[in-house]
Design a protein around this ligand. Structure first.
Ligand code: NAG
Ligand code: NAG
Ligand code: NAG
Ligand code: NAG
Length: 251
């Protein structure tokens, strides 16, 4: 299910503060300068063919949402989705507590061949504990839908400025949120919300408010740092152990 979740039943539980309005968005957003966001990764599920976004956080790791498909391949350094480069095979590592409901909507994709970093393929920084207050002026981006009602993906990357709401108004402890008539939509799932050059969140789902505004929830990356570090370190370990196992057998 590589789409933004439209969970209207949650409206009453998780309500954004009304009164904001935004001029820009990925819905009606601005086209990004080609290759100006070199960490952006286009993701396609090889079985369902559904698409998601993700972002490169190390030569060998992409971060995305756990509700994206379990058979993904990734494309690095994309400008036009009609002219994709060769896909890169990955090993998906969804958060073990994710159960197709809001919460724990985070997945790491371990690249089977690490990326060669260059001008069009590069990493983005993750937050660190002790970073202090997150800047509220953020940016979202993706190749997703340009309309909330109709499936209308963009061939080229689009971006928009969004303002973070106070996290206490988000309703859950592991999300950040923004609100407006425009923002991420279907196909933008898994993309980053970037605040001051740091990827602070992962596009997870949106709800439509009674006032017609859309409230977007982002998985709060900071809350998952221990798991992220554990996975990124341990997959190195696993690799090492696999090697060791093979060598043992050889000898
Ligand atoms: C990016 O894709 C668009 C749409 O196909 C094209 O017009 C533009 O020239 C491309 N830019 C680069 C740098 O490849
Ligand atoms: C950057 O690396 C990607 C693969 O990682 C490759 O497809 C692309 O051509 C490279 N770009 C440049 C400018 O070297
Ligand atoms: C976001 O805000 C910055 C600073 O005000 C501005 O330069 C940029 O064009 C805006 N981006 C979009 C997509 O509107
Ligand atoms: C690996 O673990 C160490 C300490 O346990 C930590 O400081 C480091 O940030 C971790 N590395 C990654 C890539 O997460």
């Amino acid at each position: 299910m590589s789409i933004l979740w439209l969970i209207t039943s949650l409206l009453l539980l998780l309500s954004c503060v009304p009164g904001f309005s935004m001029r820009d968005g990925i819905v009606h957003g601005k086209v990004s300068i080609p290759h100006s966001r070199p960490y952006m990764v286009y993701i396609r599920d090889t079985i369902s063919e559904e698409v998601c976004d993700g972002f490169l956080i190390r030569e060998d790791f992409v971060m995305t949402a756990a509700h994206c498909g379990r058979n993904p391949v990734v494309y690095l350094g994309v400008n036009d989705t009609n002219l994709l480069p060769e896909s890169v095979a990955v090993h998906p590592i969804p958060h073990p507590k994710f159960i197709m409901r809001p919460g724990y909507d985070i997945m790491l994709l371990k690249l089977k061949t690490p990326a060669t970093l260059n001008k069009t393929v590069n990493t983005i920084t993750l937050p660190k504990t002790g970073d202090g207050e997150i800047s509220k002026n953020c940016m979202v981006m993706g190749w997703g839908s340009q309309d909330y009602q109709y499936d209308s993906p963009s061939r080229v990357l689009k971006e928009a400025n969004v303002t973070l709401l106070d996290s206490k108004n988000c309703g859950t402890t592991d999300t950040l949120c923004s609100e407006g008539k425009i923002g991420p939509a279907k196909g933008d799932s898994g993309g980053p919300i970037v605040c001051g050059d740091v990827a602070q969140g992962i596009v997870s789902f949106y709800t439509q408010e009674s006032n017609g505004e859309y409230c977007t929830r982002y998985t709060h990356i900071l809350k998952y740092l221990p798991w992220i570090h554990n996975m990124m370190n341990s997959s190195l370990l696993q690799q090492h152990e696999t090697w060791k196992g093979k060598l043992d057998k050889l000898i």
